[in-house]
Write a protein that binds this ligand. Structure first.
Ligand SMILES: Nc1ncnc2c1ncn2[C@@H]1O[C@H](COP(=O)(O)OP(=O)(O)OP(=O)(O)O)[C@@H](O)[C@H]1O
Ligand SMILES: [Mg+2]
Length: 341
């Protein structure tokens, strides 16, 4: 009985069509049937039949609505694991298709949000960890000095120097973090220009000569033809080269670091090659991740946080290019990327 009521309710949607159909049918019958009595009979019969049909249509509509609402609530309640489980009546194929697309899209959006949330949590954990290390060290040195070491001429300058070194690490870390967050939020504006690549690289190599010599590592620049110009953001590319050359020196115990610029068709390839510890092929896919370091203890001891290559990757991506790595553990590494000539 309640089904009947519901079907009727659903059929109200078609009430105006129903009324119109009956009025038209009645008018036609009156025109073609002279006998009033039989005309009335036909009209009554037609009226009853159309109520019956209306009831059937209402029932069908009701079933379809129920099917759709069950499907939607199943999606809400995570009942479906894949789109194959979403099946509607064959008259609703188009709708079934649309629901499947919506389901797939919601699923990928949710997976993406979950991944972002995980990355964010990891990032915050990494940042706090990296900040804690130099903070504790600085705290330790200052406490030791306050507890009397300040008057001990043999160690006071040494402790101050150490504390100072850690404040420098802290400030480098903060600068890297600011760079990363600006690049990732799209706030970092790039300014592309043509510039002479030899002058640009020679300058950086000169700045790093001393750092290399301190470790007995020779830095050599192999220029291209004098007039060669490349297209890019000079300031950001300087940051890239500084990171790559710093790494090359940092992760090389003996040997040399070569910086090349080579023409390749419409492009120029900038290369930093070292004879250092190298990176295994499994690791070389991961070194561009934020905070990823192959050997954490070693890297921290020489003052690394694992943000350098993440910044390099972002900047080179923004030049529509890609950083290529080729490395053999124990032999050395080569980092390179192309720039438009
Ligand atoms: N030239 C290289 N030779 C060998 N290993 C390298 C070289 N460059 C990078 N790596 C490895 O990749 C890791 C990530 O490098 P990245 O420059 O991002 O971080 P970092 O040098 O440890 O710290 P940061 O650059 O933030 O001071 C390094 O920790 C190191 O293990
Ligand atoms: Mg580095």
């Amino acid at each position: 009985m309640s089904n009947l009521k519901e079907n009727f309710k659903s059929s109200f949607t078609y009430l105006s069509e129903f009324a119109l159909l009956n009025i038209v049918a009645a008018a036609v019958v009156i025109i073609i049937e002279d006998n009033i009595r039989s005309a009335l009979n036909i009209i009554t019969l037609f009226f009853i039949a159309s109520i019956f049909i209306l009831q059937l249509i209402g029932k069908k509509r009701n079933n379809e609505l129920k099917e759709i609402s069950t499907t939607i609530s199943n999606i809400h309640n995570n009942v479906f694991k894949s789109t194959d489980e979403i099946i509607l009546n064959k008259d609703l194929l188009q709708l079934e298709h649309e629901i499947k697309i919506m389901f797939e899209k919601t699923k990928t959006d949710i997976d993406y949000l979950k991944k972002l949330e995980r990355v964010r949590t990891e990032f915050v954990a990494n940042v706090s960890h990296e900040l804690r290390t130099p903070m504790f060290a600085i705290q330790g040195y200052i406490e030791t000095l306050l507890n009397g070491a300040i008057d001990d001429k043999k160690v006071n300058r040494y402790f101050l120097g150490k504390a100072n070194q850690h404040t420098l690490n802290l400030s480098n870390l903060l600068n890297d973090l600011i760079d990363i967050s600006m690049i990732e939020s799209g706030e970092l504006r790039m300014s592309f220009r043509y510039f002479k690549v030899n002058d640009f690289l020679q300058q950086i190599v000169n700045d790093f000569k001393i750092l290399g010599e301190e470790k007995n590592i020779q830095l050599e620049f192999h220029p291209a033809k004098e007039s060669l110009q490349v297209f890019g953001d000079k300031t950001k590319l300087r940051q890239v080269m500084v990171n790559l050359i710093t790494n090359a020196i940092k992760y090389t115990e003996e040997g040399k670091v070569d910086i090349y610029v080579k023409e390749e068709g419409k492009f120029a390839r900038l290369i930093v090659k070292d004879t250092g510890i190298g990176i295994s092929s499994e690791e070389s896919d991961r070194i561009f991740e934020r905070f990823y370091r192959v050997d954490k203890a070693r890297s921290r001891a020489i003052g690394g946080t694992g943000l350098g290559l993440a910044i390099v990757k972002h900047i080179i991506d923004a030049h529509n290019s890609k950083v290529e790595v080729s490395s053999t553990p124990g032999i050395g590494s080569e980092f390179s990327f192309l720039l438009k000539k």
